[in-house]
Design a protein around this ligand. Structure first.
Ligand SMILES: CC(C)(COP(=O)(O)OP(=O)(O)OC[C@H]1O[C@@H](n2cnc3c(N)ncnc32)[C@H](O)[C@@H]1OP(=O)(O)O)[C@@H](O)C(=O)NCCC(=O)NCCS
Length: 212
């Protein structure tokens, strides 16, 4: 029997499970995974998400999780990591902080490190100049119990964005996901080109959602 997933803020104790869920979801991703060596890719991605979660999301990001709760245990079904709207005086864009650099080397390897950094900067440059929410990562478990969990996470945070009158930006790396976001009020704004022929699709959702 499927129940509506509960949405709550991610806690430090969720980090390992969230990193595992994200790594499983992104292991075939044509964008992020292309910068991670094939050998040990899943474990490398787990480390990437664990560090990003700790250094970015639990500090200045907004991290939401959808959980199934059987009364005794909670299990994560989906994860959404956002960068909230930045006001004046926000930190300048950069590839990685000094804290993240050793992990970036371990995740991407020395050979792919520069390309991964350039890709990250290309994504930063693709962000709109106006105030916005940035959906950095969204993933769900590929199982029936997780149906609707990703949508519940989006609806939860977009209700806040709509109330604020602030739009949302993201990059989609597959055509299938473009359709998923279009059905939730985003519209394609154009391609984002990165190193090595990498190409993602930038999308924008105005406050209230784009009209169908
Ligand atoms: C993209 C991703 C997060 C979407 O998650 P999902 O689990 O398919 O999302 P949902 O279950 O919320 O919605 C999927 C569909 O199921 C439908 N659905 C939701 N709950 C349902 C239910 N209880 N019964 C039947 N259908 C349901 C939704 O309406 C939706 O269909 P629609 O898109 O035609 O409206 C997931 O595929 C994923 O993790 N992909 C890998 C990582 C990735 O690419 N992330 C995005 C990066 S840009």
């Amino acid at each position: 029997m499927s129940t509506t997933p509960r949405v709550r803020a991610m806690r430090p104790a969720d980090l390992a499970e969230a990193a595992e869920l994200l790594a499983d979801a992104f292991v075939e991703d044509t964008n992020l995974a292309s910068f991670v060596p094939a050998r040990g890719r899943r474990a490398r991605l787990r480390r990437f998400f664990a560090v990003t979660g700790e250094v970015e999301m639990l500090t200045h990001g907004v991290a939401d999780v959808a959980v199934a709760d059987d009364g005794a245990h909670e299990r994560l079904l989906a994860v959404a990591w956002w960068h909230p709207p930045q006001g004046p005086g926000a930190p300048a864009s950069r590839a990685w902080s000094w804290h993240e650099l050793p992990s970036a080397v371990a995740v991407f390897g020395v050979r792919r490190l520069v390309a991964a950094a350039r890709s990250r900067l290309a994504s930063e440059r693709a962000r709109p100049a106006t105030e916005h929410w940035h959906l950095a990562y969204l993933a769900s478990r590929p199982e029936p119990a997780a149906r609707g969990a990703a949508t519940a996470l989006l609806e939860h945070r977009l209700a806040q964005a709509d109330a604020q009158g602030v739009g949302s930006h993201l990059e989609s790396s597959s055509q299938g996901t473009v359709g998923f976001y279009e059905r939730r009020g985003w519209r394609v704004t154009g391609p984002v080109r990165g190193p090595g022929g990498r190409r993602t699709t930038a999308m924008w959702r105005p406050a209230g959602g784009a009209r169908q």
